[in-house]
Design a protein around this ligand. Sequence first.
Ligand code: C5P
Length: 368
Amino acid sequence: LSELRPWLRGGAEKGGRVRCSRRVWVLLGSLTLIFLTSLFFSVSLRGGVGFNYLEPPGWEESRRVKLVPSYAGAHRLSPPDSQQQKTCACPRCVGDPGVSDWFDENYDPDISPVWTRDNVQLPSDVYYWWVMLQPQFKPHSIQQVLLRLFQVIPGRSPYGSWDPGRCLRCAVVGNSGNLRGAGYGATIDGHNYIMRINLAPTVGYEEDAGSHTTHHFMYPESAKNLATNVSFVLVPFKTLDLVWITSALSTGQIRFTYAPVKQFLRVDKDKVQVFNPAFFKYIHDHWTRHHGRYPSTGMLVLFFALHVCDEVNVFGFGADSRGNWHHYWEQNRYSGEFRKTGVHDADYEAQIIQRLAKAGKITVFPGK
Ligand code: C5P
């Protein structure tokens, strides 16, 4: 302003410059106003409903879970003593922020647990981590393999955003021997989603393990045929696993990975889902925190449930007295194998389960 003052005091010849400087000020003011308005809209749209018009097409589809109130945002926006907004209709909701700082800091509702047409491309850090889990001699192009797979299965996420009017109750059922004689069958069967892992037989174990299943998580070497109303969630550890599932649902050319695998798999093709490697790495980074080479399938399923359900109840998790992973239906010859190889850290995983229970995010049914 001090530099403008001589102009304002000046004569007619300076009048043009004064008008010019006024125009500059008006222009600057308008630009500032436009900038502040767009900033306001951008922030409120991101924080309010998670929609960002700068993202590429298909973004809303691929990250539908983001439609829930963002944890960080919700945390910042709510005054400390106000009533927290509930994300579901259950007595306690997994998604409710402000219950545990540890949980809120690590929980990322933006990562889809399912690998779909909308998130085919893996971030490069995820890609390099994932391809080294079970390295292959003959690498395939992941994208080509996935696109071929998505001609056979839907390749879409069936999970919606959180709904304050919904109470989706999920049972995550591990394979621990602690289920034997526990009598949890009816309780497990009373859930909306019942998630089982690998072999997990129910026939003959109904009293203890229940009889219903909605989701069955398996990898090629552990896969079995499923009833038509069950969703098969493939947990892939290598690109060959994607080639295998495509083949097992169509031509049957793959019979061997590092072990014999089923040539054909009888499952409902329309219900097949693929576990997202980015979500796999997120669990390794945020939750198991690099303890063990990678998280156990049970951990993967538990966090899958924590990202699609409103209430999570946990059954059949827990080692035997020697710290090995025994099974409820057999004398598991390989129960201590993971300890020798260091592939999973059972003790650390048990601590996380305890911590989640303490934070009120899950309820653990301890078994016998
Ligand atoms: O043995 P399996 O890998 O089929 O078991 C599925 C999951 O159940 C494991 O990945 C582990 O997380 C959990 N489990 C457990 N305690 C056991 C057996 C299995 O926590 N005794």
